[in-house]
Write a protein of this length. Structure first.
Length: 286
């Protein structure tokens, strides 16, 4: 399997992309606290039938980390302009966590470009804000902590391994699901200059994201949507009625709660996720 790694300038920033395969394009958008490395179990399988395009989002990995532009409309434009530069006109779109927020905004802003959409372990920003109470605030403490200017960066610097170990252990059904070389790869990514600030900037755009989401809250996504989540993650599947939330977001929806799985289905249960993705993508012919 020939997996390419390259960079392209689009929407004013240098974006890093991992790509493999030929055929109908499938775009994979990672979440927090990850990078495009999160899709290492999916890319080889999907690339047997599809052209897989997995960028590092603005602020993450090897993509530029500018001071501004992290509202989801602009991050969706990052992807739109990247696809224009790649001369890709229509896609199947897969997003996890923060990447699912970008993917959802992309599907609403560019409906003609999305043949089908997959959202993984994600509760839309608007719903988290609408339902926020003490129980949700406890589970989403990092949402609030990451909003504090400068302090997270100062506390995390030099302790990226402690910060990341907490999330990977706390958020996975198996607390050792991400260890060894995989964990070291993420630590190295977040030790890069500006990487923690970039991730914080993604969260600090929540006010803008919420305002954008409220404007078209009643507009449902018409493309087929598959929502996946880890059945055992306390902050998503166990806390929210996911089928109800996503049925309010999409006209054509299928849902799957993945057993023995936390927040990172693509890493914790890659075989299950790969099968679900391949089944859902069967009708996508480009």
């Amino acid at each position: 399997m020939n997996i390419k790694s390259y960079s392209m300038h689009a929407n004013g920033i240098r974006q890093h992309v991992v790509e493999a395969g030929d055929g109908p394009p499938v775009v994979l958008l990672h979440g927090f606290p990850e990078t495009s490395f999160a899709w290492r179990h999916q890319i080889p399988e999907l690339a047997k039938d599809f052209r897989v395009i997995a960028p590092d989002l603005r602020g993450y990995g090897e993509t530029d980390k500018p001071a501004a532009g992290y509202d989801k409309r602009n991050m969706a434009k990052d992807i739109h302009d990247l696809l224009e530069a790649l001369k890709v006109s229509k896609i199947a779109l897969v997003g996890h966590d923060r990447g699912a927020r970008v993917a959802t905004r992309f599907a609403k802003d560019y409906p003609d470009l999305v043949d089908r959409l997959v959202v993984m372990d994600n509760v839309p920003t608007r719903i988290v804000a609408r339902d926020l109470d003490a129980k949700i605030a406890k589970a989403y403490w990092f949402f609030l902590f990451h909003l504090v200017p400068d302090l997270p960066e100062a506390l995390i610097a030099g302790r990226e391994h402690i910060w990341l170990r907490h999330f990977f252990s706390d958020w996975c059904f198996d607390p050792l699901a991400i260890t060894g070389e995989a964990f070291d790869t993420y630590v190295k990514a977040y030790q890069a200059p500006g990487a923690v600030r970039g991730a914080m900037a993604d969260y600090r755009a929540n006010t803008e994201d919420l305002a954008q989401d409220l404007v078209d809250a009643d507009v449902k996504i018409n493309a087929p949507v598959m929502s996946l989540w880890g059945a055992d993650f306390y902050a998503v599947g166990k806390l929210f009625d996911m089928p109800k939330i996503w049925s309010d977001m999409a006209n054509n929806l299928i849902t799957h709660a993945i057993p023995n799985c936390g927040h990172l289905p693509q890493e914790e249960q890659p075989d299950v996720v790969n099968k679900l993705l391949l089944d859902f993508l069967k009708g996508w012919h480009g």
